[in-house]
Design a protein around this ligand. Structure first.
Ligand code: SAM
Ligand code: SF4
Length: 334
């Protein structure tokens, strides 16, 4: 076990054990709360870590820094050609980390089985609506069928529990919470609603427009019997409720109205090799330069520890001087 001295701790006593790795900033959807319809200027290929570089940093995190859980994300991680090999490499590490992918599920119908074979444990799939027209309005692409097929393939391959992430947007899909929960219950998926955060490249977020956890829970209560989940929340961002007495659950990630920064156990690595100690961090720490400059594992690990030590106590969305991070969500890794 990694000693507290060598772990990723910060000045407030939090310890990061959950690593989010962005494998690409590119995406085949254009969800309006994430990126503009025309896309974004993507990172140049030369800046993006190679598969070997990703795996070296993941190995340092797992073997020297006490990371126990690795989630691959993006952008859309299924667009990364080397994804299956990266998962296999991470699964070969000892101690073996828990491995998951956050994805829009386009292409998952083909990749679910190979990813499972490579050692992937679970997937989180983003699904905001069950209506094809609304899907096209939100994501600017007509791909709902691909997502539904990807979900089924994930369950079939044993990437379970399959979790669904939903962002509700006022006037677009904010009436769909009960229908999405019915769909999740029917298929055995675990649904979590995420409050919309100010992370879109277009800076279109507004506090007053955001659909709050309270509103989501009120809509669900109207149709379902929800009771607090007795399972311990630990560092998990979702507050969960048992549906109809359980075992089915539904979660709400109230990042804005009920921040959980005090329990945050995350560290993030961008596709171009920058450590971010928070989604909302204003600064980053470059590991790619060290890596490509021939630094040893311990030097890289130490730089990572220093990056985490400086983590702020909270994201400060409610502070009057809050500034949105310069990188959008798709380039940080959600
Ligand atoms: N493309 C993959 C996907 O959509 O699942 C992975 C990356 S995406 C940035 C990760 C998660 O962030 C998704 O569940 C998405 O819904 C969520 N997300 C993106 N922008 C968001 C925002 N502004 N507020 C809250 N969640 C957001
Ligand atoms: Fe792509 Fe995911 Fe952002 Fe949607 S939320 S545009 S699927 S990166």
């Amino acid at each position: 076990m990694t000693s507290t001295r060598s772990a990723l701790v910060d000045r407030f006593g939090r310890r990061a054990v959950d690593l989010r790795v962005s494998l690409t900033d590119r995406c085949n959807l254009r969800c309006s709360y994430c990126m503009p319809p025309e896309g974004l200027p993507w990172l140049p290929n030369a800046d993006v870590l190679t598969d070997d570089e990703v795996l070296r940093l993941v190995e340092i995190a797992v073997t020297r820094l006490g990371v126990t859980e690795v989630r691959f994300t993006g952008g859309e991680p299924l667009l990364r050609p080397g994804l299956v090999g990266i998962v296999a490499g991470a699964a070969a590490l000892r101690p073996r980390p828990k491995l998951s992918v956050t994805t829009n599920a386009i292409g998952l119908h083909r990749l679910a089985a190979p990813l499972r074979e490579a050692g992937l444990d679970r997937v989180n799939v983003s699904l905001d609506t069950l209506d094809p027209d609304r899907f096209a309005t939100i994501a600017h692409r007509r791909r709902l069928d691909d997502v539904v097929a990807g979900l089924a393939a994930a369950a079939q391959a044993g990437l379970t529990p399959v979790k669904l992430n939903t962002v509700l947007l006022r006037g677009v899909n904010d009436d769909e919470a009960p229908a999405l929960l019915r769909f999740a219950l029917k298929h055995g998926y675990e649904l979590r609603f995420i409050e919309q955060m100010p992370l879109d490249a277009q800076h279109g977020w507004s506090r007053t427009d955001m659909v709050t956890a309270e509103e989501i829970l009120a809509a669900l209560h109207a149709e379902f019997e929800l009771s607090p989940d007795p399972a311990e929340r630990a560092g998990a961002p979702a507050e969960t409720w048992l549906v109809g007495g359980g075992p089915a659950k539904v979660g709400v990630i109230a990042s804005v109205t009920r921040p959980f920064c005090g329990d945050c156990d995350r560290t993030r690595l961008t596709a171009d090799g920058q450590v971010r100690n928070c989604l909302f961090a204003r600064g980053e720490t470059d590991l790619r330069g060290l890596l490509r400059g021939g630094a040893g594992d311990e030097e890289i690990a130490q730089r990572w520890r220093e990056a985490m030590w400086g983590k702020l106590p909270g994201h400060g969305i409610d502070n009057p001087d809050f500034l949105q991070p310069t990188r959008p969500m798709s380039a940080i890794g959600g």
